[in-house]
Design a protein around this ligand. Sequence first.
Ligand code: NAD
Length: 543
Amino acid sequence: MSNAIFEVPVAINEPVLSYAPGSSEKIALKEALAEAKANQVDIPMYIGGEKIFTNKKVKMRPPHELKHILGTYSKGNKKHFKAACEAALAAKPEWENTPWQDRAAIFLKAADLLTGPYRAKMNAATMLAQSKNAYQAEIDAVCEFADFLRFNVQYMTDIYMQQPESVSGVWNRLEYRPLEGFIFALSPFNFTSIAGNLSSCPALLGNTIVWKASETQIYSAAVIMEIFEEAGLPAGVINLIHGSGREIGDVIFGHQEFAGLHFTGSTGVFRTLWKNIANNLDNYKSYPRIVGETGGKDYVFAHPSADPEQVAVALSRGAFEYQGQKCSAASRAYIPRSMSRVVLSRLKRDLKSFKMGSPEDFSNFINAVIDEKSFDNITSYLKSVARSKTAKIEIGGNYDKSEGYFIEPTVVVVKDPNHVLMCDELFGPVLTIYVYADKDVDKTLDVLDASSHYALTGAIFAKDRYVINKLADRLRNTAGNFYINDKPTGAVVGQQPFGGGRASGTNDKAGSVLNLYRWISPRTIKENFNAPRDYGYPFLEEA
Ligand code: NAD
């Protein structure tokens, strides 16, 4: 029996490996890629520890190489989705009563498996199925995911150690129960780490989970499940199902024991889900927790005092890495006329040097966008620019989906700061720039604030400290992650807790202790060591 108060290992950000020529990690990754290409997989659903295969098989293909088949996954129906809810509920009593250090050990072990024997396999899966280059896969699928797993363990113990005051004769305690019921984790395509975190973070705290991954991330989601199983996660704690989002939503949100939604994805889908939950409110045992990190229209604002080279590099990295499919990617920029020529010519030089193609060729900086729906959506905006009198494609603008969903990194310059490209989230390699008159800083800040309903990330570039303070103040509510003289992407767990306000989400800050608070329901316990034997108080006596 454990009778000590344990301390957990201090969480440290996983170092990002370089994948330089000849490095052992590059050799291992190339081997893992070749193995994945040579062997098709047949991915099941995971319900109550059982691997469930159905005869509804869906093919998975790399977005950059449509003729290749990576394998299939089994699509489920409502019967499977109900079974997943029941499996989560059946696993709950034993899991929530498992000592916290055992839950922690499972996820710490998962982090070590991920950064050790599974590193190459996880990176290869993310590169092939989500079209990420080796570096983007490494920072996401391995380093960020391992950071989530390790830092969350530390945050959990930080919470558990918070205890109330006690007075003489009384011991007050706080117990951090998981939520009653099960949690629904619903994850997006673009970050393997987010998919792993949405399911594992509430599980660490004693909750049990039904998890639906994005169709285009199922290939790497299966590797996550493999790691969790090898780390010793008991059956039914995390149940992974595949199928129509709408059908799954109907089953989950119609269940009396639905206790919380841990979502990352688009704003439109989140709003639909929230309404669905609200419509079912009378049926639930408890008020469900709703956590959603959603879309963005992330900005870079350059003040006339900024360094134009720094602005240009922030844009070429911040707007185009992973084809602009990071929720934090810069997609609108406000550049003063005095530096627009330098910024645009530097951007042009950078973008012309980007190579585009398969992530299997490590010299490609840019790969494909995720699927045909996304390709068609982004290119429909580019077609509208070609017809527009107020917008012009300055760099790039070509696209082709014959072999894969390739869109050239593109820069559009608009004359109207309220142009649709300055407001809508395109989620692709398209940066829109509005060039403002240097004297119109204040007017431009007003437009920046009002023209988009998102508030996820934003960056300002300026030299003068008074100016920096003024911009930071004026733009306080335009971004949940705000950068001064840096690109708006690349948040690191434990360093820049991530999430936005307004239409960008509930701002529950993944990668920080704040997120963990949403998955617990504290119970206050007061224990009296000397309970009174007489109801009377002294004031009742007159003399
Ligand atoms: P999405 O909203 O299309 O899908 C998210 C998940 O919801 C997927 O698993 C999808 O299958 C499912 N889904 C879709 N419609 C559904 C429905 N009606 N009912 C139930 N489930 C449904 O998002 P995506 O395209 O996978 O990801 C890109 C989006 O995610 C972008 O908008 C991006 O900004 C956002 N994102 C935000 C953050 C953040 O931290 N704020 C991080 C990553 C991605």
